[in-house]
Design a protein around this ligand. Structure first.
Ligand SMILES: *[C@@H]1O[C@H](CO)[C@@H](O)[C@H](O)[C@H]1NC(C)=O
Length: 269
């Protein structure tokens, strides 16, 4: 299979995982609830020509409130390394946290471990890091062993009450962040902080944008543009949403709130 084609599948998988991060502890998992999230997920795509000052477009930024299961503890490495982290060990992990085998939490943890153990696709490198040190080690392998690392994140300087699909206007000229490589991360639904991070080959360009929603919501969003879509699966949802054909225009998407991207600290705007 074509690497780019698979790579994009992984991007979507990531988006869906991200959308799932909002409700570890919520018990009403109706399928209509999930469908709503999946439909909204398509409202993060746009064409590169739209990345300009004054442009208005409908976007859905999930709340990104991470891990309400418990306080989102970041464990010290020695502690994280002492807790098993694999599907095979799930019964032991549940014992460790005193969660019943048939609970919603158990199901969510199984999903997280499953996503973490899924094989990386061609052209992709990924990890589920259970500690800060592990995250940084991974990032250095991608960005350069001697590299100092900078974190860029999509965040809301002024948090509005709830995430809604609404029109956002780009209020400042978007700035290209010049970097040869990047590692994109988000936290998974789990009883302690687990970073799902991955890096994809290809010409992917990062931009920093300032957005203002109709309800006053402000988002400082990182966007990535995939410059060559000619080998993407033509059935891909982004083509349907944007009404374009593969290879005709670079396709961009915003990173959901609370996602972050690691780049070398020398990367300039
Ligand atoms: C965004 O604005 C356009 C043009 O005014 C309008 O047609 C559309 O319904 C709006 N979308 C949302 C989600 O509010």
């Amino acid at each position: 299979m074509d690497p780019k084609r698979i790579a994009f599948g992984s991007l979507l998988l990531s988006l869906l995982i991200v959308l799932g991060t909002c409700d570890f502890d919520r018990h009403s998992h109706s399928s209509s609830h999930m469908m709503h999230h999946m439909d909204s997920a398509t409202n993060v795509f746009f064409v590169a020509d739209d990345l300009k000052l004054g442009k208005t477009m409908p976007i859905y930024f999930p709340d990104g409130n991470p891990n309400p299961l418990s306080s989102p503890y970041l464990l010290p490495k020695y502690e994280a390394d002492a807790i098993p982290f694999s599907l095979k060990q799930l019964p032991n992990i549940l014992n460790h946290f005193s969660f019943p085998q048939d609970s919603h939490k158990a199901q969510v943890m199984e999903n997280t471990l499953g996503a973490c153990e899924a094989k990386p696709i061609e052209g992709e490198t990924k990890i589920c890091a259970t500690s800060y040190e592990t995250l940084i080690d991974f990032a250095r392998k991608i960005l350069g062993l001697e590299t100092n690392i900078k974190v860029l994140s999509t965040h809301r300087p002024m948090r509005s009450n709830s995430a809604v699909l609404q029109n956002y206007t780009i209020t400042e000229a978007p700035e290209r962040i010049s970097t040869p490589k990047m590692v994109a991360c988000h936290t998974m639904r789990y009883p302690y902080i687990v970073f799902y991070c991955h890096s994809q080959e290809g010409d992917n360009r990062l931009h920093k944008t300032s957005l203002l929603g109709e309800n006053g919501d402000r988002v400082e969003a990182i966007a990535v543009c995939h410059m060559d879509t000619s080998h993407w699966n033509r059935d891909h949802v982004s083509f349907r949403v944007l009404g374009i054909e593969p290879g005709t225009a670079p396709i961009c998407h915003f990173f959901p709130a609370e996602n972050f991207v690691l780049v070398p600290s020398t990367s300039s705007i």
